[in-house]
Design a binder for this molecule. Structure first.
Ligand SMILES: Nc1ncnc2c1ncn2[C@@H]1O[C@H](COP(=O)(O)OP(=O)(O)OP(=O)(O)O)[C@@H](O)[C@H]1O
Ligand SMILES: [Mg+2]
Length: 215
């Protein structure tokens, strides 16, 4: 479903990715690992067109994505949940879910929020702002904001970072019940072992040029 073909990219003059190629097939859950600074988040940003490719190309469902804005990609089924919190601190949990799905029709958005509340247990926090949630609860909010779009391909950067055992169990259940399906693909970037029950394939990123040989 996703094909990354010899891409290179980086920031200003600093090159981070060198000729990276990888495939995600329907039903696959890819774990992307590697040391700090090895380019995992950079690769996700490239897939989501937040960072231009210097060379190479990316295809999603056999369509080149180079001209797609992130809003087009969401519409086509790719959802990216960044490593850093991506919700609005001055909005409540409910408002964050509403703003995340603001391109959906009113009726569908209402149904999806009800569904997300049922699955995640976030309803009890609906009037709270993210600042007043624990780190684990904030990750569940991030997951819920992604789930609003019913992704076909989910890119989740460090879902388990700062998450305790109880919320880890919730997140693992959410992945299994909602995202991991034969028609969907998932890329999880993670340092922690909590992801072990989920992934079907592991790819390790390495700093700099070595990547060329190993990916
Ligand atoms: N906006 C930016 N401007 C300049 N350099 C950046 C920027 N974002 C990241 N980098 C650099 O790009 C390199 C790769 O960063 P990236 O965030 O992709 O690493 P990572 O593998 O996700 O690391 P971590 O495990 O710490 O999250 C690092 O050297 C980082 O300092
Ligand atoms: Mg990162």
């Amino acid at each position: 479903m996703l094909s990354i073909n010899k891409i290179s990219s980086g920031y200003g003059k600093k090159q981070v990715l060198y000729d990276v190629s990888m495939e995600v097939k329907a039903g696959e859950v890819i774990l992307l690992t590697g040391g700090n600074g090895s380019g995992k988040s950079t690769l996700l940003k490239c897939i989501y067109n937040l960072l231009p490719l210097w060379t190479g190309s990316i295809e999603f469902q056999e369509q080149n994505t180079s001209k797609n804005k992130p809003s087009d990609l969401i519409h086509n089924g790719i959802v990216y949940i960044p490593q850093k919190d991506f919700y609005f601190e001055n909005l409540t949990v409910l408002e964050n879910l509403q703003i995340s799905g603001n391109m959906l029709s009113k009726q569908i958005l209402k149904e999806r929020i009800t569904e997300v509340f049922e699955l995640t247990g976030l309803e009890k926090f609906k009037k709270r702002k993210p600042f007043d949630l624990s780190g684990g609860e904030r990750k569940i909010l991030a997951f819920g904001m992604g789930l609003i779009h019913k992704p076909k391909l989910l890119l989740f950067d460090e879902p388990f970072a700062g998450v305790d055992a109880k919320n880890t169990t919730t997140l693992l259940r959410l992945f299994k019940e909602t995202i991991i399906k034969p028609d969907n693909g998932v890329i999880i970037v993670e340092h922690k072992d909590d992801v072990k029950p989920l992934y079907t394939r592991k790819i390790k990123m390495h700093l700099g040029n070595i990547k060329r040989k190993l990916l």
